[in-house]
Design a protein around this ligand. Structure first.
Ligand SMILES: NC(=O)C1=CN([C@@H]2O[C@H](COP(=O)(O)OP(=O)(O)OC[C@H]3O[C@@H](n4cnc5c(N)ncnc54)[C@H](O)[C@@H]3O)[C@@H](O)[C@H]2O)C=CC1
Ligand SMILES: O=C(CO)COP(=O)(O)O
Ligand SMILES: [Zn+2]
Length: 352
């Protein structure tokens, strides 16, 4: 008997374009969400967009409330849950970068309320995903969370954000190449469930972004459009897979470990990009396609070296040799790299 079943949870409204922040209310009302909106943001995104979202709901007769969080942590999730319960929020809007959006989707999931994603930066592919990524002590959790019912991505706002946030989003997408390689490897070696559809979508998303690299330029709003569509597509791949596997492999483990050893040194997307150069080398060897990954990153102006991440050589080697400990996710790192192998990979690829 055929007894498989799966739930693919996707947003209903994905609104992308110039000035669409002003359509947030419409995107929400079309979903028949009721009750008090709670806008969750971090300081800069609150100024850039959060207050405008609050004003929009207030002008329409809602009674919006808001909370500003400073970091991505389980404490912050608890803070938002407590606040949402205290003010009896009907639904939550996450306005900001990856951290604010992750916190909001996890809090919404916990209290069983609808979640709307309003990215202010095209910096990560969590804008659509039903996953939250939160560090805790020596590990990093990728937890199931409430996927957004709607995504409102205003390209005018995204284009005005610091350019490095956009190149970080591109690098997060380019890292899909190695994430899919790791996923296929885990499938072959460890029988980890693999979705051909999600794998192909994730890989195609990276390919399309690389093919469009010439159109991704500072001060060009079209760039934000291209990048945000790729981020949506990558998030959909995660939703189809029911895990972050299509977009997170060993290059992400490397980045998560950097977050522990050198917190705040560089952006998530930039770290995973540099990680992808090295893990592509591990997958395909000295004559392999690591140069293509490096060149794709360089073409959009994302870092390709430790120096550009503002991270020193020893930190890179430590992160590489310990990345496999971050979580139980089989990748090309296997049960860990020796220090000699890590130095070789980082040196040959020019990362250090
Ligand atoms: N859940 C998922 O599937 C995924 C989650 N992530 C998570 O997302 C986080 C990384 O996201 P980021 O956006 O890089 O970090 P972030 O949320 O810390 O944002 C980076 C910085 O950009 C600022 N910023 C955002 N929009 C701005 C604007 N319009 N103007 C000026 N400054 C602005 C923020 O205030 C912050 O200081 C990580 O925690 C990562 O693990 C990343 C990818 C996927
Ligand atoms: O960053 C992600 C995909 O780009 C997902 O993060 P995790 O590695 O925590 O699942
Ligand atoms: Zn990522």
């Amino acid at each position: 008997m055929f007894d498989k079943s799966t739930w693919i949870r996707l947003p209903r409204n994905v609104v992308v374009g110039h000035g669409v922040l002003s359509e947030t209310l419409d995107a929400v009302e079309e979903l028949h969400l009721t009750g008090r909106p709670l806008v969750v943001s971090s300081p800069t995104p609150h100024e850039v967009a959060g207050q405008r979202v609050i004003d929009q709901f207030a002008d329409a007769g809602y009674d919006p409330d808001h909370i500003i969080i400073e970091e991505a942590s389980f404490d912050a999730v608890q803070e938002v849950i407590a606040h949402a319960e205290e003010v009896d929020a009907g639904f939550l809007l996450g306005v900001g970068g990856g951290k604010a959006i992750d916190i909001t989707k996890m809090a919404a999931d916990h209290i069983g309320k609808g979640f709307v994603s309003v990215p202010t930066a095209a910096s990560h592919d969590g804008i659509v995903s039903g996953r939250g990524s939160v560090p805790e002590k020596d590990t990093r959790h990728s937890v199931a969370a409430e996927p957004p019912l709607a995504v409102v991505a205003d390209t005018e706002i995204l284009a005005q954000a610091p350019w490095r946030l956009t190149t970080a989003g591109c690098a997060d997408i380019i890292s899909n190449y190695t994430a899919v390689r790791d996923w296929e490897l885990a499938h072959r070696l460890k029988n980890v469930p693999y979705s051909e559809y999600a794998g192909a979508l994730s890989q195609m998303t990276a390919e399309m972004l690389v093919e469009n690299a010439d159109s991704i330029k500072r001060n060009l709003e079209e760039s934000s459009w291209i990048v945000v569509k790729a981020l949506v597509s990558s998030g959909v791949a995660m939703s189809i897979a029911g895990s972050s596997r299509p977009a997170s492999g060993a290059e992400h483990l490397f980045s998560h470990q950097l977050d522990r050893i050198a917190p705040g040194a560089a952006l998530h997307g930039h770290q995973v990009g540099v990680g992808a150069v090295m893990t592509e080398y591990l997958h395909t060897g000295p004559q392999g396609r690591w140069r293509d990954v490096r060149d794709a990153l360089a073409a959009i102006g994302a870092p390709t070296t430790a120096a550009e991440l503002d991270i020193d050589r020893d930190t890179v080697i430590e992160a590489l040799t310990t990345a496999h400990e971050i979580r139980d996710r089989y990748t090309i790192l296997g049960d860990g790299m020796s220090e000699e192998a890590a130095i070789e990979a980082a040196t040959v690829t020019g990362v250090v």
